[in-house]
Design a protein around this ligand. Sequence first.
Ligand code: PRP
Ligand code: MN
Ligand code: MG
Length: 181
Amino acid sequence: MQGKDIEKILISKEEITQRCVELGEMLTKDYKEKNPLVVGILKGAVPFMADIVREIDTYIELDFMDVSSYGNQTVSSGEVKIIKDLDTNVEGRDLLIVEDIIDSGRTLGYLVDLFKYRKAKSVKIVTLLDKPEGRVVDIQADYIGFNVPNEFVVGYGLDYAEAYRNLPYVGVLKPEVYQSN
Ligand code: PRP
Ligand code: MN
Ligand code: MG
């Protein structure tokens, strides 16, 4: 069981479900008169993307993009590589980027600039989690599920070495799990 590696549950399945309903109501209102393309960032955003779009009650289209950060933490900001690009032309579209977490802000800093360069009409961000203490690039989400402290969080899309994404809650990983590797 993966649950044995979790020190404490930070955000329960029920809390996530409730927050998705609330965010979905806001997004439904804000995107009613628009031409939205909802962009999920692989792979972390997949569980949140699946839940949030089913709470948005207006016309939307979906697409996905996969990016990865170049190198390590010591590399300066914004070095991001496209692994899988969108299938959709974003020119004139109202983009809503869906993320599981904003930490340094590098991933979203790069993506927001890219989509503006590609002439999106508007670019907004909905993130399940925000970790403000991790920020290196000045970027803010427009819709935030929960703030999290500067701890090693996993679950509901967030991984450690690709594991734990399928946990139905967000939890803090026991230090011995990542210290033993
Ligand atoms: C994680 C997370 C965000 C990003 C946040 O993705 O899902 O996309 O890092 O970090 P940042 O704000 O410091 O850029 P990761 O690149 O690990 O890929 P994954 O989603 O496939 O796990
Ligand atoms: Mn990610
Ligand atoms: Mg990751």
